[in-house]
Design a protein around this ligand. Structure first.
Ligand SMILES: Cc1ncc(COP(=O)(O)O)c(C=O)c1O
Length: 396
């Protein structure tokens, strides 16, 4: 089947929830993908920060194959060895002590929200349930996580929203201090806002926020669904800030394309969950966790993460250099391989044109074009992508 046939069939049978581009990707290798008509692209979307170790990664393919031959699913009525091993690896490489596994980012955030409320309820009674989140944040599409999301566009039409969420401007500490009341149980923040336009938290901001939380026993939740698993050049983005949050959500690159997410917490907080308090049928299944273990091993091997930091700076610098000749570019910003280029214009038009030119990019809000290369992308491919981007904006 060619692109056109797949698109027409999809339009007939799928709910119209996505503004999709008119191609269907059918094959990938490393940082490259091919569509159903055989056209090749450099893939700097990476399945929206998911396929961080590249497409058709042979180690991932092997572990998937092996696990499928042994056992795929048993339920959480029994212990699951790859789940236990993956939890151990996550804990040993973070400031957290316990893990709950689910299937996607929104679910990991749901667990984080439930855990924070449970902790507060057990320790302070039922009136302390409010969660403060940031304007321009993105936390998911379930009712609780779209309520947590500080963007009206994902909330309109789904009212009434959940009770107990408040929004403050990002990177504005006085506004945050003012929003806190005796009802506040948690603050939820992305270290770098992804969907909201690639906005990194200021260093001092997260430090002050952490101190405030510790002082008042308000839980600090970091949503690392997008920034986690090496995307910013450290295993978790909170490490850049020298802070130790109470709860963290992960998803996306944890499974390099298999559906898995995790909510991590410190012992103090995690012990609020007792058997029956939270669950997921598929959460932590053999297949996803077997892959998760391999992802962790590959991320921690050699100097991959240090290279992401270095190559991320290289990419950002090359993109910032374009400002001189192309005033449409306001700035390139971000951390590691989570880079956004703010433009004076419509980001989706640039994304559409880049796709025609053989480079896959994604929009992060109306004015930011996002670059999410696989973490093992080489410099030649970065150069090639910047050339295509240059050609793209020149033609606009
Ligand atoms: C920071 C953040 N949190 C949560 C989510 C939601 O994840 P999912 O689409 O897997 O539910 C996303 C998705 O883009 C995200 O970027």
């Amino acid at each position: 089947m060619k692109n056109k046939e797949i698109v027409e069939l999809g339009q007939k049978y799928l709910m119209n929830t996505y503004g999709r581009f008119p191609i269907a990707l059918v094959k990938g290798e490393g940082s490259r993908v091919w569509d159903a008509d055989g056209k090749e692209y450099i893939d700097f979307v990476s399945g929206l920060a998911v396929t961080s170790l590249g497409h058709a990664n042979p180690y991932i393919a092997e572990v998937l194959n092996q696990q499928a031959k042994e056992i795929l699913h048993s339920s959480n009525l029994y212990w699951i060895k790859p789940q236990v091993k993956l939890a151990q690896k996550l804990v040993e490489n973070s400031c957290f002590h316990k893990v709950f596994f689910a299937n996607g980012g929104a679910e990991a955030n749901e667990a984080a929200i439930k855990l924070a409320r449970k902790y507060s309820n057990l320790n302070y009674g039922p009136g302390r349930y409010e969660i403060i989140t940031m304007k321009k944040s993105f936390h998911g599409r379930t009712m609780a996580t779209l309520t947590a999301t500080g963007q009206e566009k994902v909330q309109i039409g789904y009212e009434p929203l959940l009770e107990g969420f408040k929004y403050v401007p990002f990177n504005d500490f006085p506004a945050l201090e003012e929003a806190i009341t005796e009802k506040t149980c948690a603050i939820m923040v992305e270290p770098v806002q992804g969907e909201g336009g690639v906005n990194p938290a200021k260093k001092g901001y997260l430090k002050k926020l952490e101190a405030l939380c510790k002082d008042k026993d308000i839980l600090l939740i970091v949503d690392e669904v997008q920034t986690g698993m090496g995307r910013t050049g450290k295993l978790f983005a909170y490490e850049h800030y020298g802070i130790e949050p109470d709860i963290m959500s992960l998803a996306k690159a944890l499974g390099n394309g298999t559906a898995i997410s995790a909510t991590l917490a410190t012992d103090k907080v995690a012990q609020s969950f007792k058997p029956g308090d939270h669950a997921s049928t598929f959460g932590g299944n053999f297949l996803a966790c077997a892959v998760g273990n391999m992802v962790m091993d590959l991320l921690l091997e050699g100097d991959l993460l240090a290279q992401v930091e270095e190559k991320g700076e290289y990419l950002k610098e090359k993109l910032n250099q374009l400002k001189e000749d192309y005033p449409i570019i306001v700035e390139a910003r971000g951390m590691g391989f989570l880079v956004g280029v703010e433009i004076k214009g419509e980001s989706v038009s640039v994304v559409r044109k880049a796709l025609e030119n053989g480079l896959l990019l994604s929009a992060a809000g109306p004015k930011v074009v996002r670059f999410l290369p696989a973490l093992n992308t080489d410099k030649e491919t970065l150069d090639e992508a910047v050339e295509i981007f240059k050609r793209t904006i020149k033609a606009l």
